[in-house]
Structure formats: C-alpha cells, structure tokens
Design a protein around this ligand. Structure first.
Ligand code: NAG
Length: 336
C-alpha cells in the first residue's frame, strides 16, 4: 500500500467509527410493566421508612419559642417603641417566664431569632473587610466597608455595616432562684475562629460614632475570641433566622419554670422586625425541621400509589409487547 492509500483507508475507518455509527455497547433497558412497577415499589419501600425515621428524629426535639419584642416594651412606651429603645436613660431590662412542657435533655441550645431582618441585602452583605478582620487595621484598603469605614479620621476595626449592627440583647436564665449556667464558648465555627478572624486583631474605634448600630466589643479581646461577632458576621441568607447565643448544660424537667432576665437593647422596631428567644434540644439530625421527613414520605407514598395504579392498569388491559398495529402510522385513525 502507498502512503496515500493508507491515509484514505484511515479516513474511511474514522467515518465508520463505532461512535459515529452509534454501535457502542450500551444498556438498553426494556421498560416492561413488571420492571416499572418493581422500580416504583422499591423506591417507595426505601423512601417511606427513611422519611418516618427522619420525622421521628425531628419530632423528638423539644423547642420553646417566645416572642418578646412587644412584651418587653413597657405599656406607656408602646406607641413609640423606636424612641423607647433609643433612649439610653430608660432601663431596658425585662423578664419572661418560660414553662417547660416536656423534659429537655442537655445541651439545650439558646438562639435568638430575628424575623423580617434582611441580612442578605446587597449593600449590607458587602460592607465588611475580610482582610481587615484577619490582619488588623494596618491593612488600610477598607473601602468595601463603607459607610462604616472611618470615624474621626481613624479606621474602625471591625469595619462595615455587619459588624456595626451587632446584636446586643443579653439573656440570663434562672430556675428556682438558682441561675442556670450558660456556656457561651464554642458557639462559632472553628474554621471561622482559626482562619477568618485574627488572633492579634483587637477592636479599635468601634461604635464610637454618633449613631450606635448595636453591640460594643471589649477592646482587650482579639476578634478570634469574640464569638458573638463571629456568629453575627456569618450572614443569614433568609430574612428570618436564628443565631446561636449559648448552651444550657443542665437538663430541664417537665413543668420547670425558667425565668429569663433580658436586656431589650436591640432596635428592630424601626423596620418592624420581630425578636424571639428559642430554647431547643437537638437530635442526631440537628434541630426541629419536619421538611426532610415529610418530603421523603411524600415521594415514597407517591411511588407506591403510582405502582398500584400501573399494576391495576396492567391487570385490566394487558396487551402483547412489540405489536406494530399500535404504531400511530399503522392505526386506522392516523391521518398525516
Ligand atoms: C444596642 O443597640 C442599639 C441599636 O440597635 C443601640 O441603640 C444601643 O445603644 C445598644 N446598647 C448597648 C448597651 O450596647
């Protein structure tokens, strides 16, 4: 063979390559009724038990949710809550009593829940400087922090709207005149503490302006140990969210009454936000959320119902497979 012959031969070979001719080995399942019904039944028998187990875990979580933003404003101030909360001369303390319905096993997680609070607003989310949080105020390019970047020509650490608006309500818990110990350590992600907030970065010039947005920070504690700030700065994607405040490390019995002394400092009244206090136990699946379990049960039972429908159809009007008279162009009614 000459060279050109060989080339031509190769060309022809590629043109008749198995792929172009669609002759690759492949799985070609024939979806007979028996197969389809078995697959649907199998899906159902997997999903329903998984869903029930998940639902049971979620139902085993005991939760106490108490809204306090209105209740904690004294009656005479309720017409104008904004000026009440902004007036530093009025004491902000408030007491709630929570009744424990069911035995709660430690650790009991304490969350504050804010509703109608858009931490996902574009200008809010961007208003921070991750490099400053890690390296400190010597890092000057903090323009991303606007409008909370400088005060009195001095940089603010931590800068930005998110840090500025730090939540500042506080809670203490009392049961039968004894204070319940609240563990406030390890409430933030370890990766945030180790890699995002500096161990040598200290708050500086923070909440020093004329308008105070929220909580203050102890300037002698490095940012990596300011766990409330770290929790707050992991912004929430949805306008209704919970953030961890601490843990109660004692069991609570049914019918216990827990008295909460709180400082109602944080201003959510200006935009109609709600504040709630949440006590919750946890299961192996985390907190209370029925969605996953219900979704699994729904998918599983739909599969089983479909399997039953197909089975009935199959029993009622059986027909041979591969019968060409069913093809549309072989049917009498076909016109086209
Ligand atoms: C708490 O935050 C509010 C703003 O939401 C502020 O007016 C108030 O001064 C702050 N109080 C304390 C004690 O930090």
């Amino acid at each position: 063979m000459t060279n050109t012959d060989r080339e031509r031969h190769r060309e022809r070979e590629t043109a008749f390559y198995l792929f172009t001719q669609q002759r690759l080995p492949a799985c070609k399942p024939v979806l007979t009724p028996a197969w389809v019904i078995t697959i649907f039944l199998f899906t159902g028998f997997i999903f329903i038990p998984v869903g029930l187990v998940t639902l049971r875990a979620s139902r085993s979580v005991v939760e106490i949710v108490e809204r306090y933003d209105t209740e904690c404003v004294p009656e005479p101030f309720r017409i104008d809550k904004v000026s009440y909360v902004q007036d530093d001369s009025i004491p902000k303390n408030c007491s709630l009593s929570l009744k424990v319905r069911k035995y709660m096993k430690a650790p009991i997680y304490i969350y504050y829940q804010l509703d109608n609070y858009y931490q996902n607003h574009r200008r809010y989310v961007k208003s921070r400087s991750d490099r400053q949080l890690l390296h400190g105020w010597k890092y000057h390019a903090t323009s991303s922090c606007q409008p909370v970047e400088f005060n009195n020509n001095q940089p603010i650490v931590p800068c930005g709207l998110i840090a500025w608006s730090l939540f500042n309500d506080t809670f203490t818990f009392i049961r039968e005149r004894a204070e319940l110990k609240v563990n406030r350590k390890n409430i933030a992600w370890k990766s945030d503490r180790d890699h995002k907030f500096g161990k040598t970065v200290y708050p500086f010039n923070f909440q020093n302006g004329t308008l105070i947005g929220g909580g203050k920070l102890n300037p002698r504690i490095p940012l990596s140990d300011q766990e409330d700030l770290i929790v707050w700065m992991r912004t929430s994607a949805l306008p209704s969210f919970r953030k961890l405040y601490g843990r109660i490390e004692e069991d609570l019995d049914a019918d216990d009454v827990v008295v909460v002394h709180l400082m109602n400092n944080y201003n959510t009244y200006g935009f109609g936000g709600k504040k709630k206090l949440v006590l919750s136990t946890s299961s192996w699946l985390g907190g209370k959320n029925d969605f996953l379990g219900l979704a699994c049960v729904f998918v599983g039972s739909s599969s089983v119902i479909l399997a039953i429908v197909f089975m009935l159809l199959h029993l009622k009007s059986r027909r041979p497979y591969g019968d060409p008279s069913y093809l549309p162009w072989n049917r009498k009614s076909f016109s086209g």
